[in-house]
Structures are given as C-alpha cells and as structure tokens.
Design a protein around this ligand. Structure first.
Ligand SMILES: Cc1ncc(C[n+]2csc(CCOP(=O)(O)OP(=O)(O)O)c2C)c(N)n1
Length: 319
C-alpha cells in the first residue's frame, strides 16, 4: 500500500503529465497556425507549479506571468477552456480575448496570466492585502521568472508585503534565462533569493525537479503566511526545454546544456520514485494515456468552438 505521501506524489505526477501533454498539443496546434500570437511554453518546469499549487486551499489566490498554462492546469482550471483561450475562441476562460498570456478564472481564484514582466508582483500584494483587510485566512501564491526580479514592480511588491506583513508567498522560477539573456549576464548575484533579505523576508532556494521538495518548501511558507507570520520568497531552480516563446529557436544555448537538464526531468525522476513505491508500469502508463486524451479533447473542443463576434471587440475595454 502506498503511503499518504506517495499517493500525493502520484497525484502530482498525473498533473505534471497533464501539463506536459497539454503543452505538446498546444505546440503542435501553434505550428499548424491554429494558435496565433504569443505562446510561452512551460515544458520542463512542471514540478514547480504543481508542487507549489498543490499546497493551497480552494479559497487561496494564484497569480502568474504569461508562462502560466501549467499553473492554470495545476489550479484545476478546465483544460478545454484553457485550450480554447489559446485558440482565441469565445469558449475560452477569458472569452477568447486574452489568449495564452491572459488566462483567468475567478472561481478558481486564478488571477492571471500577466504580460508585463513584474507588473503582477504588486497586484499579488494587493490580493494579499485584501485578504488581510477582510480578516480572511487566505494566502496568495505569486509566480515570476528571475528576470522579473530586476524590475521596479518586484521591489515595490516585496517592500509593501514585508511592511504590512502580508500573507503572500513569492515564487521565483529561475529557469536561467530571461528571453535570450542568461542570468549571469544580467544580474550581479545569481542567488536571486538574497534579494528577499533587503526587505527582511525569509527565503529559500531549492532545485525544481522534485515536486515533493517544492511542495514541502512552499507548504511551510504557506503555513507561515496563513498564521499571519508574513511573506516568504522561494527561488526554485528550473529549466525550460523550449525557447522563450514558440517563435524563439533558442540558439543562445547549447544542445548539451539542454540535454543535461533533460536527464534530470521531473516526470522521469518522479516515475522512478513511484515504481519504487510499488506503482506498476501499467498504472503509470495509464496516467500518460489519460493526459494525452485530456489534451486531445481540449484541442477538439477549441477547434469546434466559435471565434468571439466582432461586436464584442470593445465590450470588455475600459476607456
Ligand atoms: C516590463 C516589460 N519589459 C519587457 C518585456 C519583454 N519580456 C517579455 S518576457 C521577458 C523576459 C522575462 O524573463 P523572466 O522573468 O526570467 O521569465 P521567463 O520568461 O524566463 O519565465 C521580457 C524581457 C515585458 N513583457 N514587460
């Protein structure tokens, strides 16, 4: 019999596969020009969103960047509505008007999908402030890339979160590159977590290819936030296998480097752990089949949906 911890690991394995297969299907649809515009894949980083978001209660908030398909799926958003959004269809979670970078679902407390690098870090502080002001024991998880930590919005957000002791956990997904720029060429200190110290915020720095390690580290921070003991910043070292976006051939890094990280793939490593824990090859294969089926159905749903009518073009625009 698997232990409670092993059962949780299996659930995270299923979710990571769901994300991987969903994005592979999205990449294919993009190459067929069914998805247009920006599309930033999260392939390789799945353990981070999965481990972190699995720590949350239903009434907690998640806010993320434009690289957020995985976070939306980990939060339990409908894969059909996400794929339809990528296709720009009216059945999409943002009515087809947001696209890949702007996934939202208020019911799941998924507050975007933000295209302005670092702009959402202060919004996360605002969400956490609202929870605190209304005396609700809710926590906000805010994801960003390491590049975002150079931007003013990051420092404004952290400064206020620390000053007001807000229930927010900042997760820096350090995938080593901001577009084509490696972290060592754009930041003096490559240990990004040190930036939390300037604001008196507790910090952690971990590897991002073990969803259980991410889960346990984030859980501690979430518990602290829920106990009104203030914010935490967690830097998670990870790697994206694809380019910055679908149009980036990623020529700024070597094939050997990519392969080095792929050897430490979270899905492969987790599968090994689950086999050791007593799950059968067939059970794990079944999870993969299910993930592929979810992705296939999402593409079919998106293809069979309509584009929003032109009359809706200005309906949701504030002027
Ligand atoms: C304010 C702002 N400046 C520049 C950009 C263009 N831009 C989009 S993504 C990106 C790199 C961000 O890298 P990082 O924060 O490390 O996240 P990653 O894409 O690696 O997940 C840049 C510079 C932007 N969207 N917003």
């Amino acid at each position: 019999m698997p232990s409670a911890k092993e059962k949780l690991l299996k659930k995270m394995y299923d979710k990571m596969l769901e994300i991987r297969r969903f994005e592979e299907a999205a990449a294919k649809a993009y190459s067929e020009r069914k998805i247009r515009g920006f599309c930033h894949l999260y392939i390789g980083e799945e353990a981070v969103a999965t481990g972190a978001i699995f720590t949350l209660n239903e009434n907690d908030y998640v806010i993320a960047t434009y690289r957020e398909h995985g976070h939306a799926l980990a939060r339990g958003m409908d894969p059909n509505a996400i794929m339809a959004e990528l296709f720009g269809k009216e059945t999409g979670c943002s009515k087809g008007l947001g696209g890949s970078m702007h996934l939202f679902d208020v019911n799941k407390r998924f507050m975007g999908g933000h295209g302005i690098v670092g702009g959402h870090v202060s919004v996360a502080a605002g969400l956490a402030f609202a929870s605190q002001y209304q005396r609700k024991r809710e926590v906000t998880l805010c994801f960003m890339g390491e590049g975002a930590t150079n931007i003013g919005g990051f420092h404004e957000g952290l400064s206020l979160a620390a000053l007001w002791n807000l229930p927010v956990v900042y997760i820096v997904e350090n995938n080593l590159y901001a577009m084509g720029t490696p972290v060592y060429r754009s930041q003096h200190t490559v240990d990004i977590s040190q930036k939390a110290e300037g604001y008196g915020i507790p910090r952690a720095r971990i590897e991002g290819n073990d969803p259980m390690l991410v889960y346990e580290t984030v859980k501690e921070a979430v518990n602290r936030a829920r106990a009104l003991d203030g914010p935490t910043l967690i830097e998670v070292i990870t790697y994206r296998y694809r380019g910055h976006s679908m149009t980036d051939p990623a020529k700024y890094r070597s094939k050997e480097e990519l392969e080095r990280y792929q050897k430490k793939d979270a899905i492969v490593l987790t599968k090994k752990k689950l086999l050791k824990a007593g799950y059968s090859e067939e059970e794990l294969e079944e999870a993969d089949k299910k993930a592929k089926e979810i992705a296939k159905q999402a593409v079919e749903f998106a293809e069979n949906s309509d584009f929003p009518p032109v009359s809706d073009l200005e309906k949701y625009v504030y002027v």
